[in-house]
Write a protein that binds this ligand. Structure first.
Ligand code: PLP
Length: 354
């Protein structure tokens, strides 16, 4: 039986995508060769990466607006330093909303002055800070739109003339935003787009080329733009599967269609968390993530029963991150409303038992 996969990442992908990806490993589109044994310069693969880049911009509504989409390697973790390498001349601002923000801050400090503009660390990152001032002389302001570990999500973004850099690893393509407000967006594929191994970077070209330092070729966005995301061998499998997932999303009706489903899933689980005395939410209500719902069990004596019921129903991957504890249900794009329903039914059954 296929399980209900609530994994925080790498995460569930659409079953049709999995099927096609598996077939392509054996043979890509009747060409007599596997996807992973052909040249990345072959016309077949060039068409795949071009399509992936085009779909990313199309879905984000950033076509013909001066942006480039790149599929790079090294994960979002490499982008923590690459963003600073390319953009930080004197000082940058960071909003500290959790583990991933802290890691980004640590890397940026190697390149210049870094100001923590706001933080929710004192409350173990259970909320998104609001009402802070943004100095006008920042090279950029960095945010993490969705905090995968703590289950918080920015619902509104700061209005500022300072360039915005955003780590959207765990909520890209999940909700409609005016993406043109951001100058650079990056996202590891494995949360909402594909398998681990590639990172999407969407960058507005005119913010580049302004720092005085030398940038190594592999970390220089201008290199990758000039070489159309093929400066070196791209991670062909991860790019292919990401392209399939983006095509799946487009066929579904794009971000607006998936946002509707994601809202239903989130409303279903959060209303259960709020109505069921056996559970309590961890994140501040107004900042709750639609991707990762974090919650505790209020009666520890029911924990074993709950875990057993989840196991029996095939509910997988809901243990909380070690720095938060409790539970975390990750509900990325490919997770069905039905799977959330299975979890919610267990939660309400547990209340009747308890
Ligand atoms: C998972 C995650 C990362 C780390 O991504 P890697 O690709 O493993 O480097 C960074 N930021 C956020 C918000 C994440 O969820």
């Amino acid at each position: 039986m296929k399980k209900h996969n609530f994994s925080a990442g790498p995460c569930i992908l659409p079953s049709t995508v999995m099927q096609k990806a598996a077939e392509a490993v054996i043979e890509l589109d009747d060409i007599g060769l596997s996807l992973i044994e052909i040249s990345h310069r072959s016309k077949e693969f060039v068409a795949i990466i071009e399509k992936a880049r085009a779909l990313a911009l199309e879905l984000l509504n950033l076509e013909n607006k001066g942006y480039e989409a790149l599929f790079l390697q090294g994960g979002a973790s490499t982008q923590f330093l690459a963003t600073a390498y390319n953009l930080l001349e004197k000082k940058a601002g960071y909003i500290n909303t959790g583990t991933w923000s802290l890691k980004a801050i640590k890397e940026a400090r190697l390149f210049g002055e870094v100001f923590e503009i706001a933080s929710s660390q004192e409350a173990n990152f259970t909320y998104i800070p609001k009402g802070y001032n943004i100095p006008k002389d920042l090279d950029y302001l960095h945010l993490t739109s969705n905090n995968t570990i703590f289950g918080t999500q920015f619902k509104a973004f700061p209005e500022t003339d300072v360039p915005l850099v955003c780590d959207m690893s765990s909520d890209i393509f999940s909700r409609q935003l005016d993406f043109s407000k951001f100058d650079l967006i990056y996202a590891g594929a494995q949360k909402n787009m594909g398998p681990a191994g590639t990172t999407l970077v969407v960058v507005k070209k005119d913010i580049l080329g302004k720092v005085s330092r030398q940038i190594p070729s592999m970390l220089n966005y201008e290199t990758h733009i000039a070489k159309e995301s093929m400066f070196n061998t791209p991670p062909v499998f991860a790019v292919y599967v990401s392209m399939l997932t983006l095509q799946w999303l487009k066929d579904l009706g794009g971000i607006s269609a998936i946002e509707e489903i994601n809202e239903k899933k989130a409303n279903l689980i959060y209303s259960e968390i709020d109505l069921n005395p056996v559970f309590s939410g961890i994140a501040a209500k107004e900042d709750r993530s639609y991707m990762n719902a974090t919650f505790n069990i209020t009666d520890e004596t029911l924990k074993e029963t709950f875990d057993q019921m989840c196991l029996e129903a095939g509910v997988s991957g809901i243990n909380g991150h070690r720095s938060v504890g409790g539970y975390r249900a990750s509900m990325y794009n490919a997770l069905s409303l039905e799977s959330v329903g299975v979890l919610v039914d267990i939660m309400s059954e547990l209340e009747r038992k308890g």
